[in-house]
Design a protein around this ligand. Structure first.
Ligand code: ADP
Ligand code: MG
Length: 272
């Protein structure tokens, strides 16, 4: 995989670069000491790449995701998202760009418990100008895209873990982001369900969405095309995945057994 341009301060990223960081650093000032969580990271991710981020606990993975996700601002360095320099934007502008460009997926799904699947997916649109009818139509379409049309009116507790994560993915897609950021998205799922989630990510990636996934599982990293390894706040390795796994192929070869989603879908559950 070719590694794009040599970037210098004052340059602009090439057009197909969705993420560019230049000497990106994040210090946490703890009073008596400063924790240097990221120490000058240079990284470029092209449109339509699928990248896994690995590294031991405390190596700076979540700090990087927070910066890339426009949830935090760097202490030093530049961050360009989809052609726009966001590292020195104010909070309001950051929030606007975050809502428009990025979909987030978390280990623990982060769904609202007393709210239906459909309403959970609609949630990011509540602050938009969209009309209620249009909001619902869009949320329906996204739930259908993750195979959950039948579960619109279920609450999270009435869904399996894999189904909850699919609702969360539908929610992440509601504003048609260029980028999906996922921090340990399969950390709470059994192995078959994990492959189902990887299949969805690979589908989305094939449709043109850039995907960045933090994982500590080497198997999950092999669905990506590229693996970044962090250590002590440095990007220490940047490897192409040799034999990339294709989740749909794997699913076809797996017995559908276990307590998986597929079984669950057959059994009618009435929402209460
Ligand atoms: P990882 O996700 O790879 O486990 P993190 O990015 O969470 O690593 O943390 C990197 C370093 O920064 C660790 O030493 C961690 O303790 C520290 N750190 C992370 N977040 C904060 C914070 N909000 N305040 C202070 N230190 C933090
Ligand atoms: Mg972390």
């Amino acid at each position: 995989m070719s590694r794009a341009q040599e970037f210098r301060t004052g340059d602009t990223p090439l057009p197909d670069i969705v993420i560019l960081t230049h000497k990106l650093s994040r210090d946490y000032d703890m009073g008596s000491e400063v924790v240097r969580a990221l120490r000058g990271v240079d990284l470029q991710i092209r449109r339509n790449e699928y990248v896994a981020v690995m590294g031991p606990s405390g190596s700076g993975k979540s700090t990087l995701m927070n910066l890339i996700g426009c949830l935090d601002t760097p202490t030093q360095g530049e961050y360009w998202l989809n052609g726009q320099k966001v590292s020195d934007l104010a909070d309001d502008d950051l929030a606007r760009i975050r809502n428009k460009e990025i979909g987030f997926v978390f280990q623990t799904f982060n769904l609202l418990p007393r709210t239906t699947a459909l309403e959970n997916v609609e949630l990011p649109l509540l602050y938009s100008a969209a009309l209620p009818r249009d909001r619902q139509a869009r949320a329906r379409a996204k739930l259908a895209a993750v195979g959950l049309s039948e579960r619109e009116h279920h609450h999270p507790a009435q869904l399996s873990g894999g189904q909850q994560q699919r609702v969360a993915i539908a929610r992440a897609l509601i504003n048609d982001p260029v980028l999906i950021l996922a921090d340990e998205p399969t950390g709470a799922l059994d192995s078959r369900t994990s492959v189902e989630i990887m299949a969805l990510f690979q589908d989305l990636n094939r449709e043109g969405i850039t995907v960045v996934v933090v994982t500590h599982e080497p198997d999950i990293a092999r669905y990506a095309g590229r693996v970044l390894t962090f250590r002590d706040g440095h990007l220490t390795r940047d490897d192409a995945v040799g034999e990339r796994l294709v989740a749909r192929e794997l699913l076809a070869s797996l017995p559908s057994g276990e307590v998986s989603d597929e079984e669950d879908v057959e059994s009618p559950v009435s929402p209460t």
